[in-house]
Design a binder for this molecule. Structure first.
Ligand code: UDP
Ligand code: MG
Length: 316
């Protein structure tokens, strides 16, 4: 019987130190899954070279010749982790029934791929790999990530806590994902919007095998800001709220000023000045908030996201 074809999609940016360690591990895992008859022997590892400036692509080319399981896609330039991953998923979706995305540094445990595939066979379209603890991350990375997840949740963005981009997606989930046509990609936020049946598998995250993190602080901040502003227009609403609060304060000050004025405790000119300061401030913020609300709408519209994803159809 023909099994489902799995593609393991791995974005790589300057990973020449890591690939020689990663490749045998992934091949071993892939072979184990084939032997367990969980996936077809046509399954592949797909490296996406994200415009690396070291020898990453030469290595990938070499592996494709040495191992029939390895294939590669070379992007013309560096487009960032999220876009590189999407490029890989798109390329894989033409041939694969299942995709699993994983970082090249194998900080995520490849052993749980088996559980992922099993959950897929049980009927899940998306299976998230979730880290149990973050012992190996620095204090700063752990806590900044935690604060970020909390903030995202507050702002109304659905995302899976402690899940990075290690996940299994079925072919139809990937196809739906490709319908989200936005430029500012934040996959962790979009994948939950796809819907379908999801589940999680848990593992401990380990250290990077070799090389350095490709996510320095500046990129992390960028990623966080992007994640928030791509999914939420709540920051704009906050301006409106602030404007209303300021106007209310102006009303309070009005009362205070009147009392002070009539009891003769004021320097001349102070009353009108302080009052107008708060009042105008409030008005400006309300105005900005209203304009922002419309811009927010335009912003949501230009994303041109699909309005719904159909999971099943029974039309006879
Ligand atoms: N990556 C990429 N393009 C980039 C930056 C990173 O494709 O511009 C890849 C990188 O090769 C790795 C993954 O994204 O496979 C995650 O990067 P890294 O492990 O450095 O991030 P960290 O685990 O430190 O957050
Ligand atoms: Mg990493």
């Amino acid at each position: 019987m023909k099994q489902d074809i799995l593609y393991i999609v791995v974005p790589c940016y300057n990973e020449q130190e890591v690939l020689p360690i990663t490749t045998p591990k992934l091949i071993e895992q892939l072979n184990a899954l084939v032997e367990a008859q969980l996936i077809d022997k046509e399954s592949r590892i797909l490296y996406v070279n994200d415009g690396s400036i070291d020898d990453t692509w030469q290595l990938i080319e070499q592996y494709t010749q040495q191992h029939p399981q390895v294939c590669g896609v070379k992007l013309a330039g560096n487009v960032g982790h999220q876009n590189a991953l999407l490029a890989g998923l798109e390329a894989a979706s033409e041939r694969a029934d299942i995709t699993i995305s994983i970082d090249a540094d194998l900080q995520d445990d490849v052993a749980v791929m088996r559980d992922m595939v099993q959950k897929y066979h049980e009927g899940c379209d998306i299976v998230y790999g979730v880290r149990r603890e973050r012992k190996t991350d620095t204090w700063f990375k752990r806590n900044s990530a935690l604060a970020f997840y909390k903030l995202m949740r507050r702002l109304g963005v659905k995302s899976v806590y402690n899940h990075a981009d290690y996940r299994l997606m079925s072919r139809r989930a990937v196809k739906q994902l490709l319908n989200y046509r936005e430029r500012n990609l934040f996959l962790r936020g979009i994948v939950p919007l796809v819907g379908y049946r999801t589940d999680s598998v848990f593992y401990d995250r380990s250290e990077r095998l070799a090389g350095e993190s490709k996510y320095p602080l500046s990129k992390m901040i960028n990623f966080a800001v992007n994640g928030i502003t791509s999914f939420s227009i709540k920051p704009v609403r906050m301006v409106l709220t602030l404007g209303i609060i300021f106007t209310l304060i102006a009303l309070g000050i009005l009362v205070y000023v009147l009392i002070a004025y009539f009891s003769g405790r004021t320097v001349s000119g102070w009353a009108s000045l302080i009052l107008s300061l708060w009042f105008i401030g409030g008005c400006v913020l309300i105005g900005l908030g209203i304009v922002g609300e419309y811009i927010g709408k335009i912003y949501i519209e230009v994303k041109d996201r699909p309005r719904y994803n159909i999971e099943k159809e029974i039309i006879q």
